[in-house]
Design a protein around this ligand. Structure first.
Ligand code: TYD
Length: 140
């Protein structure tokens, strides 16, 4: 298996239809983001100071959008880390498989929407950081 790099994860701009009645953004799987969408979930009512994430996914591709408010996403490929601040609903962060991620610094009222390439499966999670480092080390 090819070792994943944090450089594969990037901010992707989305179409924005500006209108005096209110703006509109849309996302089509495999067109605006590099995978087909099989699941959508969102985080909301996040108490100040809370962290989410702290795990990696073996095969899952994800796209994260701040639908309201703001938060930070820190990505770690086992070698390098990158931190992104998300605060607009017309762009998002693409996260490739095998990235350790932590979401923090949530503003009050923040809503974090995640588009995912697969249905929920606990088997896809790597929840132990040392196990994650072992797995990415074996991909060298
Ligand atoms: P988890 O992915 O660990 O949350 P986060 O990374 O956002 O902090 O999921 C938290 C709980 O919710 C866990 O028990 C699994 C469950 N869950 C589902 O049942 N379906 C889903 O699609 C997701 C994302 C989580």
């Amino acid at each position: 298996m090819v070792r994943r790099s944090v450089d594969e994860c990037r901010i992707l701009d989305l179409p924005k239809i500006c209108d005096p009645r209110g703006n509109l953004t849309f996302i089509e799987g495999e067109r605006h983001i590099p995978f087909d969408i099989r699941r959508v979930y969102y985080l909301y009512d996040v108490p100040g100071g809370s962290d989410r994430g702290s795990h990696a996914h073996r095969d899952l591709h994800q796209f994260v959008v701040a639908m309201s408010g703001s938060f930070d996403v820190e990505l770690d490929d086992g070698r390098s880390k990158k931190r992104f601040h998300l605060n607009r609903s017309y762009y998002g962060l693409y996260i490739c498989p095998m990235m350790w991620r932590q979401l923090d610094n949530f503003s009050s009222g923040a809503v974090c929407m995640v588009l995912a390439s697969e249905l929920y499966s606990e088997n896809d999670y790597v929840r132990d950081y040392k196990a994650f480092l072992d797995l990415v080390g074996r991909q060298e």
